[in-house]
Design a protein around this ligand. Structure first.
Ligand code: FAD
Ligand code: SIN
Length: 519
């Protein structure tokens, strides 16, 4: 193999990418993992609440299936949900065998509750640092493999195509453009919370994989469905640190500016209603009281319990002057998770040959219009493993390196990859017009402004960022109803007759719809 060939390229080192890379390497393949920042930097690293799995004594796979479908607002693909909940226990057990230390009482795993789960089903680690523990254990396995080569600070820009098939990628390493070829490419680039001014996501979450796949001709599904987490810390000049839903699962309340609980007014499930309902309720309370925050109250819970159960949240809030055992915590919603993405079959295959996708970048159909809390880590794990199996079983040949870099592509690149001014403007547009509440007028304004910004994008990374914003906006304009993470003030009702379908976006084609996959 030449220096710019490898068997498989995995883009991203979150739960989906690491699990896929381990699966490929276990079969003896050479794997190159390209990742944008430090190897541990990803949404996975910051996951707090936990990972959902039907493993407790009083739980059943059928109940997990039912809750996932109910949260998805009648838009889940049942076959995909079945795979997720049935295979979840096997892959979680494997994760534990690989050294992941979930919290226990004595020898027994502890399961907590989050919104819209009918059972205590969420495994967590070090209280509220579940993602960090999962990354630690998967990285330890990956690092023991001689077949896995990790390239940190390697920013993938686009896919190399030959006869419409994905045969490699173009990326920036040490500020230089490089090419690498492989039998297949697995996209595990995560979500795009950074498209919004207010987000729980780290800087790396800019939706790149979706743009790359779209430009390569892949079908992109359900981009209008964006999940806004109701409770991100909201203090001037501080990052929007997530205050886990598990806090409400353990009995935390939401209070308005007048210090009153309000969630019962909006939903009988109160603080544990689905996220879209809680987020909209908060927006409504904030607007009624002319405030930019509501408050999370945990002060009625035992302080020892809070410190032990939520050590990271306790510490972080304290650094900003808030003691969760004594103070109300100012919170407001922030962009958190993208339900839509690159459409895959049940094995991570996209509509572009040799291109696979897993994790938040993918649209497997498991989340429908609204993801059930703590199902995304599980999705990354299960479908990361399955994408690796499919890429191996598809028995793809190693392509010959063909392209050389043109002379204008050589040389050092500036450090900033996404133009900061365009990025800032896109984030403002998305938050204002394509956020929690949307309307045709606002979406059209966003669409017009994004089209102008697309013309100003001078490099691929910036163009990719604007492309993903445009895909969300176009899909949100197209779907004239409200469902799950997509709320239209001008079409506030769900319309099953017309819209119980996926939205499909493909380069060079009009936006269209596709039927759900039932069992
Ligand atoms: P990620 O973990 O986001 O990894 C993506 C990887 O791709 C990163 O390594 C990134 O650097 C890399 N990458 C991106 N673009 C490029 C590029 N162009 N070139 C090279 N590399 C690239 N879900 C749960 O189930 N339970 C929770 O408790 C939970 N808590 C959360 C808390 C927070 C604060 C956040 C932000 C999310 C949370 N989620 C939770 C959601 C969940 O963490 C993510 O959906 C999941 O981790 C996604 O995993 P992934 O492997 O698909 O992507
Ligand atoms: C949280 O801890 O509230 C996040 C859980 C999730 O996004 O699934």
């Amino acid at each position: 193999m030449s220096s710019n060939q490898t068997d498989y390229i995995v883009i991203g080192s979150g739960i989906a990418g690491l699990r896929a890379a381990i699966g490929l390497a276990e079969a003896g393949a050479e794997v190159t993992v390209l990742t944008k920042d430090r190897i541990s930097e990803s949404n996975t690293e910051y996951a707090q609440g936990g990972i959902a799995v039907a493993l407790s004594d009083d739980d059943e796979v059928a109940l997990h299936f039912h809750d996932t479908i109910a949260a998805g607002a009648e838009l889940c693909d049942e076959a995909a949900v079945k795979v997720l909940v049935e295979e979840g226990p096997k892959y979680i057990t494997e994760l534990i065998d690989w050294g992941t230390q979930f919290d226990r009482e004595g020898n027994r795993l502890v399961f907590t509750k989050e919104a819209a789960h009918s059972r205590n089903r969420i495994l967590h680690a070090q209280g509220d640092s579940t993602g960090r523990e999962i990354v630690r254990s998967l990285l330890a396995v990956a690092r023991r493999s001689k077949q896995i080569h990790m390239l940190a600070h390697a920013i993938t820009l686009d896919l190399l195509l030959k006869d419409g098939e994905a045969v490699g990628v173009r990326f920036i390493d040490q500020q230089q453009r490089k090419l690498i070829y492989a039998r297949a490419v697995i996209l595990a680039t995560g979500g795009g919370g950074q498209l919004y001014s207010h987000t729980t996501n780290p800087d790396v979450a800019t939706g790149d994989g979706i743009a790359m796949a779209y430009h390569a001709g892949a079908a992109i599904y359900d981009m209008e469905f964006v999940q806004f987490h109701p409770t991100a810390l909201c203090i001037p000049d501080a990052p929007r640190f997530l205050i886990s839903e598990a806090v409400r699962g353990e009995g935390g309340y939401l209070l308005n500016r007048a210090g009153k609980r309000f969630m019962q007014k909006y939903d009988p499930r109160g603080e544990l209603a689905p996220r879209d309902i809680v987020s909209r309720a908060i927006v409504s309370e904030m607007s009624e009281s002319a405030s930019n925050v509501v408050y999370l109250d945990m002060t009625h819970l035992p302080s020892k319990f809070l410190r032990e159960r939520f050590p990271k949240i306790f510490e972080t809030c304290l650094t900003y002057g808030y003691d969760i055992t004594k103070d109300y915590i100012p919170v407001s919603p922030a962009a958190h998770y993208l339900m839509g993405g690159v459409r895959t079959d049940l094995w991570g295959r996209t509509s572009v040959p040799r291109l696979y996708a897993a994790g938040e970048v993918a649209s497997t159909g498991v989340h429908g219009a609204n993801r059930l809390a703590s199902n995304s880590l599980l999705e990354g794990l299960v479908f990361g493993a399955r994408a690796a199996q499919a890429a191996l079983s598809d028995k793809l040949s190693l392509p010959q390196p063909r392209h050389e870099l043109s002379s204008d592509e050589e040389g050092l690149l500036p450090k900033e990859h996404i133009d900061p001014e365009i990025k800032h403007r896109v984030k403002q547009i998305m938050w204002r017009y394509v956020g929690i509440c949307r309307s045709a007028h606002g979406l059209q304004t966003a669409h017009n402004e994004l089209s102008l910004l697309a013309e100003q994008a001078r490099n691929t990374a910036t163009a990719n960022f604007v492309t993903v914003a445009n895909l969300i906006t176009e899909a949100a304009l197209f779907r004239t109803e409200s469902r799950g993470g997509h709320y239209r003030t001008d079409f506030p009702e769900k319309d099953n007759e017309r819209w119980r379908v996926h939205t499909v976006q493909k380069l060079g084609r009009e936006i269209s719809t596709a039927p759900l996959q039932t069992l």
